[in-house]
Design a binder for this molecule. Structure first.
Ligand code: HEC
Ligand code: HEC
Ligand code: HEC
Ligand code: HEC
Length: 386
């Protein structure tokens, strides 16, 4: 099951990103349908794709959406809950939605989820799918909940462990589809509710026993030919959507059009040969090529950290416009420097960029948590000996 916001994860995207986001959502939908998923919720980030688009995608792939608090045109488009049997246990799964789907109404998640749950009859474990945990769970406040387990889609809580929520537990498997969470429930005869094992947990007697772990999804799926085919097709369609020629970027000089606040690395090289020579030895000099080799050179969810000035004033706003901005160039760290180029003696860029510049990209998540300032900083130094 999925807690929501699997189709799209960032409603702050500029509207120009919509076509590509829809292609990606279709890839995710097809992949999820392929896995035989039992239940999923929709969140506010998903709805950014457009109500009609989302509803059509759900129909096309028969996605098992649950939305107890959603009404569109006076009727509920999706069931609120479903009973799923696994081994000796009966699970009630109820989903709620968040956000502002156009043309629909989002009702009180708590009242409607609990009434959907009551409608499912006797079960052993009650599960709630809650997108954007804080937004969906606010309605419960500090009061007790009828749910034993909450699966949160897209939230800031750490992804590795289950955390207490009322009498039950709250889990999430991290963002960007990097991991899948596995909840194993050991039934106890005549048991009621869930207790947790593992680090720091004091099990409660008479409750079914919950343990959770995470699996890296890329590893788990790499072997699957059907999923691989869906992803490969998605990459082709993203390139088509961005209407970029087959080799759009490598053939373009790094020279940036005049009028931009950026000057481009070719311009710097003429006066800062030593810094440039050092830069060329770093992997920043081929960061876009690395991405492109992975078939993601035009992917809006990737390019931001593999190019220069993405979505900044004077920088590229579209994947097809990356051209001269490919790779992690000088101005990523030193700031846009066209003014300095025009008047080097009086206008100076940032001389010594700090580690906070690095961690905008080496963010501890997307980079696999490999960043270590002490070893990484010396590897990019190109100043005079200090
Ligand atoms: C026309 C030559 C020229 C070009 C082109 C040029 N610079 Fe400079 N840059 C200079 C000079 C001259 C200095 C001052 C050197 C000094 O004071 O030792 C300087 C200083 C710097 C400094 C140090 C600032 C300081 O406060 O000491 C940085 C960083 C820098 N440039 C980055 C860049 C970047 C990035 C580019 C390309 C966008 C670039 N420069 C293009 C000539 C140039
Ligand atoms: C938040 C910034 C950020 C985003 C977004 C991002 N990357 Fe990266 N990526 C990095 C950083 C930083 C490294 C270097 C990590 C290191 O070596 O310490 C990296 C390295 C890589 C590498 C080379 C190392 C490796 O892991 O094999 C590949 C390939 C890559 N990224 C692909 C992608 C793809 C595909 C996407 C989009 C799905 C993406 N990146 C999105 C920051 C980002
Ligand atoms: C715009 C995003 C961005 C910023 C800002 C950035 N990096 Fe990177 N960095 C990357 C990407 C992407 C890669 C991987 C490139 C590749 O493998 O092709 C990388 C790779 C590296 C590597 C090589 C890692 C390896 O094992 O191959 C080092 C070292 C590094 N960065 C240090 C730094 C430092 C230090 C800073 C700050 C002063 C910094 N980076 C700022 C995106 C960034
Ligand atoms: C990943 C971040 C990063 C990138 C990319 C980067 N620099 Fe730097 N640069 C630094 C840092 C940090 C310092 C200060 C420490 C040092 O001296 O190396 C610096 C220092 C400098 C200085 C001042 C050196 C001195 O001794 O006066 C110049 C000039 C400079 N960089 C030019 C460039 C040019 C040109 C490029 C592109 C070819 C570039 N930098 C790319 C991070 C970066």
């Amino acid at each position: 099951m999925d807690g929501g916001n699997a189709l799209h994860r960032n409603r702050e995207w500029p509207a120009t990103g919509l076509p590509q986001a829809r292609v990606t959502a279709a890839v995710v939908a097809k992949g999820l349908a392929e896995t035989g998923i039992d239940a999923m919720a929709l969140g506010g980030h998903d709805w950014w794709l457009g109500t009609e688009f989302v509803q059509a995608l759900v129909r096309e792939h028969s996605l098992p959406i649950l939305a107890a608090n959603l009404t569109c045109d006076g009727t509920a488009p999706f069931p609120g809950g479903v009973v799923v049997e696994r081994g000796a246990l009966r699970f009630a799964v109820v989903g709620v939605t968040t956000g502002e789907p156009q043309g629909c109404e989002v009702g009180d998640p708590r009242v409607l989820a609990e009434s959907a749950l009551a409608g499912l009859g006797e079960v052993d474990v009650a599960v709630l799918l809650a997108p954007e945990g804080e937004a969906a769970l606010e309605a419960w406040g500090a009061s007790q909940s009828a749910f034993d387990l909450v699966v949160v889609g897209d939230s800031d809580i750490p992804s590795t462990t289950s955390v207490p929520w009322g009498d039950g537990w709250r889990v999430q498997s991290g963002s960007r589809g990097k991991q899948v969470g596995v909840a194993t429930i050991e039934p106890v005869s005549g048991g009621h509710g869930l207790t947790r094992t593992g680090e720091g947990a004091t099990p409660t007697a008479g409750a079914h026993v919950l343990s959770t772990r995470l699996i890296a999804l890329a590893e788990a799926l790499r072997e699957d030919p059907d999923i691989a085919a869906i992803v490969a097709d998605g990459k082709v369609r993203i390139a088509e959507t961005e209407a970029a020629p087959a080799r759009p970027i490598d053939s373009v000089a790094r020279r940036v059009a005049s009028g931009s606040a950026y000057a481009g690395r070719d311009t710097c090289a003429g006066c800062h040969a030593q810094a440039d020579a050092q830069w060329q030895t770093t992997s920043h000099a081929h960061a876009w090529t690395t991405l492109d080799a992975a078939g993601r050179g035009l992917d809006r969810s990737c390019v931001g950290c593999h190019v220069t000035g993405w979505e900044q004033d004077g920088g590229p706003q579209e994947p097809a416009a990356i051209g001269a901005f490919r790779d992690v160039q000088c101005e990523v760290c030193h700031g846009p420097s066209a003014a300095h180029v025009a008047d080097p003696a009086t206008i100076k860029p940032v001389r010594s960029p700090s580690v906070t510049v690095c961690t905008t990209c080496h963010d501890g998540e997307r980079d696999g948590g490999q960043f270590d300032a002490e070893t990484y900083m010396p590897r990019i130094h190109h100043g005079h000996a200090e």
